[in-house]
Design a protein around this ligand. Structure first.
Ligand code: NDP
Length: 332
């Protein structure tokens, strides 16, 4: 089987020298183990900071070891009673074609006719992040106006739609191309959208919200956070979810107007989705229902084959994806 190792820690965008493709034998199964053939793999932004040798909420990837991350696959050999051959599972050993793992580290999925990739996106970690961040961390209330950055991506596209479905007054997103802006307003039914690559994020956010907004869902940091601090209403709430504008930039700077948070009595709350496990049943039920009712527009950008992982990852970090970035190894 083949897997991808971290050969070198990147500076800036990870290039081909970052990776080593390794062919190796799978280990023998022990009692309770399953052998999974991966069907779809995910690339997610948090993987970039994990390539650096810095202390964070997840330990860094180890040099000369396989990278890991979310995956959905099918059990093809089993010594587990709970996960027989043919079971579709989600687990954490991505970046490889096959995985041998103890059954407690794999979650059985009920696909309900949905594609496997949905369980890495709208019904997986990004969907859970959008749900927990909006409803729990930012304490969204019907009638709130909401601003979300990286709004055409996996998390952001769901934040905006969840807010609309839950009764937002106004939802505006920011994204990095005219096509993405059109997608947000035309298909995802945002009230407005801005293209941050047109510049003047500060001015554009102000114009998009003549009456301010109550919630900012921050995926980007930097200039977006600065603009949000400027234009958010008094007692506004911010869910600090990510800061992708800085992930490849060692000299990234923060907002210069943090003092606004004082005068406006803002609540800024960072969060990590894994701390919101108790919300998972509600999230799966609610979002599953919205999907079945046809209320959600869900987009993916798919790369094919393990060899495409590096390209998919750079694509994710540079905005080549619309919606969830997925790498597909085989048909469902
Ligand atoms: P996305 O699908 O949103 O992909 C990343 C997007 O970021 C790209 O498509 C690109 O879109 C945008 N982007 C890249 N560089 C910049 C930049 N300099 N300024 C503005 N936008 C940029 O990824 P996810 O939805 O998976 O993740 C979104 C955010 O949520 C990330 O910050 C991630 O780290 C965070 N996250 C946090 C979690 C948590 O538990 N706290 C869990 C999951 C995700 P564009 O074309 O618009 O530039």
């Amino acid at each position: 089987t083949r897997e991808i190792h971290l050969a070198q820690r990147p500076t800036g965008l990870p290039g081909p020298e970052t990776y080593r493709f390794v062919e190796r034998e799978l280990r023998e199964l022990r009692d309770g183990d399953v052998l999974v053939e991966n069907i779809v793999l995910t690339v997610d932004p948090y993987m970039r900071p994990r390539m650096n040798d810095v202390k964070s909420y997840v330990p860094p990837f180890k040099l000369d070891h396989a990278l890991d991350g979310g995956a959905v696959g099918v059990v093809v050999e089993s010594r587990s009673e709970s996960l027989p051959v043919g079971t579709v599972v989600r687990h954490g050993l991505g970046w490889r074609e096959h995985a041998v793992l103890a059954d407690q580290y794999a979650t059985k999925l009920d696909l309900n006719g949905l594609p496997t990739s949905y369980f890495l996106g709208v019904l997986g970690m990004p969907g859970h992040t959008a749900y927990a961040g909006l409803f729990d961390v930012a304490a969204f209330q019907p009638g709130d106006s909401v601003f979300v950055s990286a709004a055409a991506g996996a998390v952001g596209s769901l934040v905006g739609q969840f807010a609309r479905l839950a009764g937002a007054e106004r939802v505006v997103g920011s994204a990095g191309s005219a096509e993405k802006v059109a997608l947000l307003t035309d298909e995802l039914k945002f009230d407005a959208a801005i293209n941050y690559k047109d510049g003047d994020v500060m001015g554009q956010v102000g114009q998009a919200f003549p009456d301010g907004f109550d919630v900012y869902f921050d995926n980007v940091g930097g200039d977006h956070l600065e603009a949000a601090l400027e234009h958010i209403n008094e007692r506004g709430r911010m869910a600090l979810c990510g800061s992708i504008s800085g992930y490849n930039d060692p000299k990234a700077s923060g907002p210069r107007n943090m003092f606004k948070a004082v005068g406006k009595r803002l609540t800024l709350r960072g969060f990590i989705v894994s701390d919101h496990e108790s919300l998972r049943p509600e999230f799966e039920q609610k979002v599953g229902q919205w999907l079945r009712d046809g209320d959600l527009t869900y987009n993916e950008t798919t790369w094919n084959g393990l060899d495409a992982m590096p390209e998919a990852f750079v694509g994710l970090l540079t905005g080549a994806n619309t919606g969830k970035a997925i790498v597909r190894l085989r048909e469902d």
